[in-house]
Design a protein around this ligand. Structure first.
Ligand code: ADP
Ligand code: MG
Length: 718
């Protein structure tokens, strides 16, 4: 057996299992071994069926059989039933409202049942217990009492993984498995080697073993990401860029043209950028700041520094900048801001007439200034725009993805700004590399609040600047955490605002599937049900729109436009629906089931009402039975920005609560490391050291191979 052997050559695999494995991304033996348990279950606290009494809360292991579905009582409640059996006896199980259980469990398979023993007509039974599959081995007593629960997929069970991994272990393959982490690093951080870690994580004899092994794999994942990012960083350091020698004094007159005074953070960030631009290798910087913190002004100032510089050793032309926005609307907005900043209008004493700004989107092209009107723009043809970009006449080009098409050629592209597209930053910069082989400086910008450890990992190839504070004089959203008994009075307050003509968003938690851990009564509010309830009981006098992620785009847009036009006054929606249209009149937001959201996410949600001219309010409805939830939500008043709230989320609730965690390409186990700043720093430190001394990783063939396989995946992804 070899690590690269396809599983299908070693085991007999049913078609359903094959599909499941494919979905989980498991192809060969190595993938199987790296399919790590999500948690462990224990047999230590298990009882035998013969010993059960009514009212006991117990765990039993046994074989499940007689699975079927039916409708119970006169109410025709859908239900499933079955029988669990161990060496000592048999017991019936019923599940009301969960008929699907009969379909997902396999007849005669080994299970773990956890629940309360009930009695009816003298017979004991389980009612709605928790049930999961368990390795056959564990239905009897065994030398160790922890068994792993694996991420499952339809068609394949945790149990299957357990037994197949055991078979692989017994083949002796672990001895052939080289550890990608260099030994000196394992020693410094007291981490077990790969073979030991695999045994400990898949079949721990003690809980500590499992924990130490998890730590090792968490470290491994972060370390590999860091290595990959540090390699990229190093590669850029070896490249050439246009050197731009500008100090803050040189750009101050430009900054003075803004119709506001810049914040301390903006000034600091501008200085970071100017320092980077002086280097002979390209800048790689990420600017983080909440929505509205003023990232555009930083980008514009940097652009000014670049486009008022001339390429060294050349006697013609100025340097160019490209600014890529995620949507057409945003690209247009930036274009208009740039006209304001670069045009002569705002401070005629310091116009910068030589700076021509172009706009390219899917729908058309524009140029500023227009020949007839030096203060405005004109529509121009794409061909014309491309010509002026190629000959350097247009020095700033703003646009959407249209900007990176092959046909767009720059003369001296020195600087690239990428808004809210950080994941693609590096690859897209490559596409923009100009003819002279000078790599453009990169400023990536984001408002997505993530904690520092995650930023250090995901953007390990970038330097970070943070806009910590909002510009002075901003409206502050009056946020209120409303306990259940205050709900009515909150509605009264909202009604008064609605009477004044304001509008209201109501956000309900999205429910992907019924939560079997929760009783039906405490399921989170759903958009549709809540809209009905509000109409019937709370705001019958208003029109209520409904918006959720399963609607068709055209439908969504219609609802959104109706809300914007004031045809509806209340909009009930899920949190995932991007509200792309700004509704200035919507100054009120209710967030239901707030305990289900991360703080950073709540902060982003409430940001929706910040755009208008009226005093904004946010009402956070939470089932704050526990003081812990209330305490947690208090951070919403105290934190300076979304990034700080993301830190709170991480510290208090763990990585799972960081919104959008699925899109980062870090596994659950890797996310465990994100909670541990020491581990992230150690991984980063070691990765930097290795890349500095041996950028080609020639002394670390295992690492090199692993990175190449990550790299292959990444290209696929992009
Ligand atoms: P971001 O891109 O970070 O979300 P923007 O750059 O779009 O934010 O800025 C939001 C608004 O704040 C713009 O109207 C901008 O003119 C204004 N603004 C930026 N910086 C300041 C400042 N220091 N003081 C006052 N207003 C500012
Ligand atoms: Mg912006």
């Amino acid at each position: 057996m070899n690590l690269s052997d396809p599983l299908s050559e070693i085991f007999r695999i049913l078609p359903a299992q094959e599909r499941a494995l494919k979905k989980l991304g498991i192809k060969n033996v190595k993938d199987l071994l790296y399919h790590l348990p999500v948690r462990y279950s224990s047999t230590a606290d298990a009882t035998t069926i013969a010993n059960l009494k009514k009212g006991d809360s117990v765990v039993v292991f046994g074989k499940i059989s007689g699975l079927k579905t039916k409708k119970a009582f006169r109410k025709r409640i859908p239900m499933a039933e079955g029988t669990v059996e161990d060496e000592t006896g048999k017991m019936k199980i019923v599940w009301f409202h969960q008929p699907y259980l009969a379909k997902i469990l396999a007849e005669d398979s080994a299970v773990r049942v956890e629940g309360k023993v009930a009695e009816r007509q003298g017979k004991l039974y389980f009612s709605n217990p928790k049930i999961e599959s368990a390795p056959t081995l564990f239905s009897q007593s065994s030398e160790h009492n922890l068994y792993p629960i694996y991420p499952e997929s339809r068609g394949i069970t945790s149990n299957w993984f357990y037994h197949k991994i055991q078979a692989v272990f017994h083949s002796g393959i672990l001895e052939k498995f080289e550890d990608p982490i260099p030994e000196h690093i394992l020693r410094s951080y007291r981490l077990p080697n790969l073979a030991t870690s695999l045994i400990w994580i898949h079949t721990p004899k003690k809980e500590e073993h499992a924990l130490v092994a998890r730590k090792r794999f968490a470290f491994e994942e972060i370390f590999l990401i860091q290595l990959e990012r540090q390699k990229t960083r190093q590669e850029f350091k070896n490249q050439e860029a246009f050197v731009i020698e500008k100090n803050f004094d040189d750009v101050e007159k430009f900054v003075k043209r803004f119709p506001f005074k810049i914040t301390e953070s903006q000034k600091k960030s501008i200085e970071h950028v100017l320092n980077d631009l002086k280097k002979s290798y390209p800048m790689s910087r990420l600017l983080e700041g909440d929505v509205g913190s003023g990232k555009t002004a930083v980008a514009a100032t940097a652009t000014y520094a670049v486009v008022t510089s001339r390429p060294k050793g050349q006697d013609f032309g100025t340097l160019q900048a490209a600014y890529m926005a995620p949507t057409e609307i945003l690209a247009q907005q930036h274009f208009e801001s740039f006209i304001q900043y670069f045009g002569g209008r705002s401070a005629s004493s310091h116009p910068t007439p030589s700076v021509q700004v172009g706009l390219i989107t899917g729908t058309g092209c524009r140029k500023f200034p227009s020949k007839v009107n030096p203060e405005g723009w004109t529509d121009i043809s794409r061909t014309q725009l491309l010509k002026w970009v190629a000959n350097g006449e247009i020095s700033v080009l703003i646009g959407t993805h249209a900007l990176i098409q092959k046909s767009v050629k720059f003369k001296h592209l020195a600087f690239v700004i990428i808004d809210e597209q950080h994941r693609f930053g590096t690859a897209q910069r490559q596409k923009l590399v100009s003819k002279e082989n000078c790599v453009p400086h990169l400023l990536s910008m984001t408002a997505t609040p993530i904690p520092r450890t995650l930023a250090l990992t995901l953007y390990g190839d970038l330097d970070l600047s943070l806009l910590e504070e909002m510009p002075a004089g901003r409206k502050v959203i009056i946020t209120e955490i409303v306990s259940p008994e205050k709900r009515q009075s909150a509605y009264e307050k909202i009604r008064e605002e609605l009477k004044e003509g304001r509008q209201l968003y109501v956000i309900c938690p999205r429910i992907e599937e019924p939560d079997p851990e929760k009783e039906l009564a405490v399921q989170a509010k759903s958009v549709k049900a809540e809209a009905k309830r509000l109409k019937a009981e709370v705001f019958p006098e208003y029109e209520i729109g409904v918006l959720h992620s399963k609607m068709r785009p055209a439908e969504k847009e219609k609802i959104m436009l109706e809300f914007k036009a004031g045809k509806s006054q209340v909009l009930v929606s899920t949190s995932v629906v991007e509200v792309g249209v700004n509704v200035e009149n919507a100054s009120l937001i209710i967030i239901e089931g707030a305990e289900r959201f991360g703080l950073a996410q709540l902060h982003q949600l409430r940001g929706r009402v910040l755009r208008g001219t009226h005093q904004p309010y946010c009402f956070v409805f939470a089932d704050t039975k526990t003081s812990k939830t209330a305490d947690r939500l208090k951070a919403l008043f105290e934190a300076k920005n979304g990034f700080e709230l993301a830190e709170f989320d991480l510290a208090q609730r763990g990585a799972g609560f960081l919104s959008g965690s699925k899109q980062w390409g870090i596994s659950d186990i890797g996310m465990e490391a994100i909670k541990n700043i020491k581990m992230v720093e150690a991984a980063r430190f070691e990765a930097i050291k290795i890349v500095e001394n041996d950028p080609e990783l020639s002394r670390y063939p295992e690492l090199k191979e692993r990175l190449e396989s990550i790299g292959a995946k990444k290209i696929h992804f992009e």
